[in-house]
Design a binder for this molecule. Structure first.
Ligand code: FPP
Length: 251
């Protein structure tokens, strides 16, 4: 029941049930670097490489959306040099990995308050989005300068304005309408909510990551530090998911 079987098209072993949307809180880069007596930024650099590998495996397995928490609205309080380094990663990622991901049909998208990112960061992501917009494989969705509560506040403000504009009445507010106003509205309707959320490095919280969309997500926590999170660790998470019974409040 929980065995992996071969996917004839991509020639990788795929589990019985592949989560359609996986969210990842990529945590532990700093501790990874500290263990090696390296500066924290080396952890982020290795974290970017881990992300590239996981995105490849996820695409091969047939995962449809991978939303990765790359920078939260709270992360601005880090030392300026670290923030600058992280903000440059999308530029590196574009140069190093986007051409290959594009050849492999991966589509890149972003959520978060992305207009407030440094110009170069935003432009690298925008170029990646434009280049890959017609691709039909994995959607690699970067959450950058993302905060879940801010996302909900913005959705409420938009809906309130649309009520004032007589587009809706308050009684028409339902789950679908809210989902349509969240930043994840750019994802296909049936794929907006993660089936599985993975957090690395042993922390047991969601830290403002997709609070609305995570209502029914399965949560998987591992002590592995993000730069060490490899194909085996990813498969372990999916095997654990395959052992869960998702009841969505039913019996
Ligand atoms: C949390 O670890 C990690 C981050 C805040 C940055 C995550 C970014 C990446 C993995 C690279 C993403 C790639 C692109 C292209 C944007 P931490 O620094 O909080 O680790 P610690 O808790 O051990 O200090």
């Amino acid at each position: 029941m929980f065995k992996f079987k071969m996917n004839r098209k991509s020639k990788v072993e795929v589990p019985q049930v592949v989560p359609k949307h996986i969210g990842i809180i990529m945590d532990g880069n700093g501790r990874w670097a500290k263990k090696r007596m390296q500066p924290r930024i080396m952890g982020h650099k290795s974290g970017m490489e881990a992300l590239h590998k996981v995105a490849k495996v996820a695409n091969d397995m047939g995962v449809q959306v991978l939303t990765v928490y790359a920078f939260s609205t709270e992360n601005w309080s880090r030392p300026e040099s670290e923030v600058t380094f992280i903000m440059n990663l999308p530029v590196d990622f574009y140069d190093k990995y986007v051409p290959e991901l594009h050849r492999n049909n991966v589509k890149i998208q972003m959520i978060g308050d992305t207009e407030r990112l440094p110009q170069g960061t935003f432009e690298a992501l925008k170029k990646a989005e434009d280049l890959t917009k017609l691709n039909t494989g994995l959607i690699l969705n970067f959450a950058l300068n993302y905060g879940g509560r801010a996302e909900i506040i913005s959705a409420v403000q938009q809906i309130a304005q649309e009520i004032l504009d007589a587009k809706y009445s308050p009684g028409m507010i339902n789950e679908q309408l809210i989902s349509d106003h969240l930043q994840t509205h750019t994802l296909p309707r049936t794929l907006r909510d993660p089936d599985l959320i993975i957090r690395t490095s042993g922390e047991l919280r969601l830290s403002n990551f997709l609070p609305w969309q995570a209502a029914y997500s399965e949560l998987y926590f591992t002590d592995v530090l993000w730069p060490d999170f490899d194909e085996k660790a990813f498969r372990d998470a999916i095997l654990a998911y395959n052992k869960r019974q998702r009841r969505f409040g039913g019996v």
